[in-house]
Design a protein around this ligand. Structure first.
Ligand SMILES: [Zn+2]
Ligand SMILES: [Zn+2]
Ligand SMILES: [Zn+2]
Length: 144
């Protein structure tokens, strides 16, 4: 637990921005829930009972700042809420979205390197990124 708190403070300090307790706490929660794709509301639910009392608006502002600072990125899974995820430096992953339970599952490998190479060659286009989401029905929902 202390580890995430320390890591959050270090990450913020590295950006050159002022490390406030509120910002550090919000980033800490993201670090503690790396696989959960937290929304601002979910972060708020965790923070609500704590002293210091961070409001939802503050959380939104902090998330916007983190996005600008390139620490996190915003995701949209079509459930009407923006969700946030920490940026990974050396690799990223893709998401499988279940249309029955709205579950979001991660695909660890990128799998698109070869495709990017092929497109770059064929279209003389320097690719710097891509977005990809898969929609379908998860294992639990197929069985249920
Ligand atoms: Zn499902
Ligand atoms: Zn993810
Ligand atoms: Zn990818």
């Amino acid at each position: 637990m202390g580890d995430c708190s320390k890591q959050a403070r270090e990450m913020l300090a590295n950006t050159g921005y002022k490390v406030t307790n509120q910002r550090a706490r919000i980033l800490e929660i993201l670090l503690e829930n790396t696989d959960k794709h937290m929304s601002a509301e979910e972060i708020y639910e965790i923070i609500k009972g704590e002293k210091g009392d961070i409001g939802l608006a503050t959380i939104y502002r902090a998330l916007e700042l983190f996005e600008e600072l390139d620490i996190i990125h915003k995701l949209n899974f079509g459930d009407g809420r923006s969700r946030y995820e920490l940026k990974e430096e050396d690799h990223h992953h893709h998401h499988l979205i279940c249309s029955k339970c709205n579950g979001v599952f991660e695909v660890a490998e990128d799998l698109l390197d070869q495709l990017e190479e092929k497109i770059e060659k064929q279209y003389q286009f320097k690719i710097t990124g891509h977005h990809l989401k898969f929609y379908g029905i998860c294992q639990n929902c197929v069985e249920g």
